[in-house]
Design a protein around this ligand. Structure first.
Ligand code: MRU
Length: 355
């Protein structure tokens, strides 16, 4: 596949197209390639809640474009007082999913831009800001990819959880961006992708991204990850993040915590790959991270089929928190932080983003 045709440049989880937000419907991939178009901020919020788009950075980018819709609707209705009307929609977007901090971060960026706009239509200025935020996410991913790939031996076998690729971000990916960068430099022998129950982000989305690019992928039932790590041939575990507290504790897809314990037990490096927009300095440690719980039916069945008997209950937290002490290093666009803790995190955040 030529460089121009690679999947992550061809397929965007989120795009602004002729006044609407166009989302690749991730609920039906890889069987169906279908797009959903949102013409209002309320439709964008509903799409985020329904998991049409998912992955912390992709949710942030989507919310930024949602803010553009909010502002243009508000300006149409109330040209002199559009900020107040837009803020109502922004509040609804903020509530659309609780754990990924990139959502609130992107809306904060957009609100700050809204404050700086003078008389006349604000739409061009907010659209430019959303596009900038989107471009910066891709640039951050490429930088993290290069930094992460440098930590891997040539022809590494790696293990990953959930989907952290082009679909989960503005493009290219975080942990999967490291895989992409490594594949282009030292090569990648195998990517073991946890299936990631209950939404199967690994079995469906990560496997799809890798197969489309001709990269080797082996899907694992989540319960098989420890046995795979015990086999002794995994160079690193690479995961993304939904919210990283000020001390480095990291919320990510449910199952990440168990994977981190298992990686530590087997002496395998455990890397978290995330842009600084995923760091929440206002939350001192992982205890303060809100963990989304979704419907029981997502666990009692799968993809529309119920497999548990009527009367069985389910517990469905969709994220867990990995204590910083289990993280070998945090890879961000500002650099690699080994053994993250509160001091190191503060030092990292004080660095400028390289241009
Ligand atoms: O519920 P999801 O699919 O939105 O969860 C996504 C994850 O947990 C990802 O690992 C995380 O957002 C990082 S994506 C670069």
């Amino acid at each position: 596949m030529g460089v121009d045709a690679v999947l992550y440049d061809k397929v965007r989880a989120v795009a602004w197209r002729d006044g609407v937000v166009r989302l690749l419907d991730q609920r039906v991939l890889p069987a169906t390639l279908r797009y959903e178009e949102c013409a209002t901020a309320a439709e964008v919020a509903a799409a985020i809640t329904a998991m049409v788009v998912r992955g912390a950075p992709a949710i942030g980018v989507t919310a930024a474009y949602g803010a553009v819709l909010a502002v243009s609707e508000a300006y149409r209705r109330a040209p002199t007082d559009w900020r107040a009307a837009a803020r109502v929609d922004l509040a609804a977007l903020r509530e659309s999913r609780p754990t990924a901090v990139n959502l609130g971060w992107a809306l904060d960026v957009m609100e700050r831009v809204m404050e700086t706009i003078g008389a006349g239509s604000p739409v061009a200025a907010v659209l430019a800001a959303a596009r900038r935020l989107h471009d910066e996410d891709i640039a951050a991913n490429r930088r993290m990819g290069a930094l992460g790939a440098a930590l891997l031996p040539p022809q590494a076998r790696v293990l990953t959880h959930c989907n952290t690729g082009a679909l989960a971000t503005g493009g290219y990916g975080t942990a999967l961006g490291v895989v992409r960068a490594a594949a282009a430099t030292g090569g990648i022998r195998m990517v073991y992708a946890d299936e990631t129950r209950p939404w199967l982000q690994g079995a469906r989305l990560t496997a799809w991204e890798l197969v489309e690019e001709g990269l080797p992928v082996t899907v694992l039932a989540d319960g098989a990850a420890a046995a795979r790590l015990r086999a002794g041939d995994i160079a690193a575990v690479l995961v993304g993040a939904d919210r990283i507290a000020a001390n480095g504790d990291t919320a990510n897809k449910i199952g990440t915590y168990g994977l981190a314990i298992s990686a530590r037990h087997h002496g395998v490096p455990f890397y978290v790959v995330a842009p600084v927009s995923t760091i929440d300095v206002a939350t001192p440690d992982g205890h303060g991270i809100p963990i989304e719980e979704r419907a029981e039916g997502e666990v009692l069945g799968c993809q529309g089929l119920t497999h548990s008997p009527a009367g069985a209950r389910a517990w469905n937290p969709v994220f867990d928190v990995t204590p910083a002490a289990l993280i070998t290093a945090l890879i961000t666009e500002r650099g690699v932080l080994p053994s993250p803790d509160a001091e190191g995190m503060a030092r990292l955040l004080a660095q400028p983003t390289p241009v």
